[in-house]
Design a protein around this ligand. Structure first.
Ligand SMILES: N[C@@H](CCC(=O)N[C@@H](CS)C(=O)NCC(=O)O)C(=O)O
Length: 216
């Protein structure tokens, strides 16, 4: 009987309501990886302390620690985990063109989508109702609608973002999609293919465990 190689001691630093932490938690679930999570960031603090800054000089979450190996940047962490522990290349394909299709959405989500969404998330979810600037928030929702239209078009004839197989592209964009579909009180365009993709990925146990809880 072949023995499974021992898993390293794995710690993920970061609060569970951070979109960037959620991607990594979901990725671990898809790969069957165990971890200990330590709350850090925002009201939990810790991320400006010297010990944390020595691991991650950005003072941001998440940070992954495996034995003495330390890694930050959520999409990089997901890529690392998928390559190291997903030998069948399920989440991050070995074929370079297939892989590039995944990378494209990882980069797009963090460079084009995330920076626009941030102000909406804070202004809507983390601001008291009577202090919300709804006209400004609806303007951001319009900009995000234009971006989701690109995603919707990409899903034409594809079950998942990079083709027929679920991949890191679905995790990294799916974490943002969960928030988009959870936003209420906004004028949002609706997209059929986007909604059915989100429905498909939201049935995965990793999504249910790490993303389905209320937006906070
Ligand atoms: N590009 C970085 C961004 C990390 C980031 O900005 N994380 C946010 C949470 S989503 C954070 O650390 N905010 C400060 C805090 O929580 O105190 C990544 O993807 O890991």
């Amino acid at each position: 009987m072949s023995e499974q190689p021992a898993q390293p001691a794995r710690t993920i630093w970061g609060r569970a309501n951070s979109v960037n932490v959620q991607k990594v938690l979901w990725c671990c679930h898809e790969l069957g990886l165990e971890f200990t999570r330590i709350d850090a960031g925002w009201h939990f603090g810790r991320n400006r302390e010297p010990e944390y800054l020595a691991m991650n000089p950005n003072g941001r979450v998440p940070t992954l620690v495996e034995d003495n190996f330390i890694l930050w940047e959520s999409n990089t962490i997901c890529r690392y985990l998928a390559q190291k522990y997903g030998p069948d290349s399920r989440l991050y394909p070995g074929d370079l063109r297939q892989r590039a299709m995944v990378d494209k959405w990882l980069d797009w989500s963090i460079s084009s989508y995330g920076p626009v969404e941030r102000d909406l998330y804070w202004g809507l979810i983390r601001t008291a109702r009577d202090e919300r600037d709804m006209p400004a928030l609806n303007k951001i929702a319009d900009r995000l609608g234009v971006l989701w239209e690109i995603v919707d078009a990409n899903l034409s004839g594809r079950r998942f973002m990079a083709g027929e197989e679920f991949s890191l592209a679905d995790i990294c964009l799916g974490a943002y999609a969960r928030r988009w579909f959870g936003f209420v009180d906004l004028e949002k365009p609706s997209f059929v293919k986007l909604a059915s993709w989100h429905d498909r990925i939201s049935r995965r146990p990793g999504y249910r465990l790490h993303l389905a809880h209320p937006l906070t």
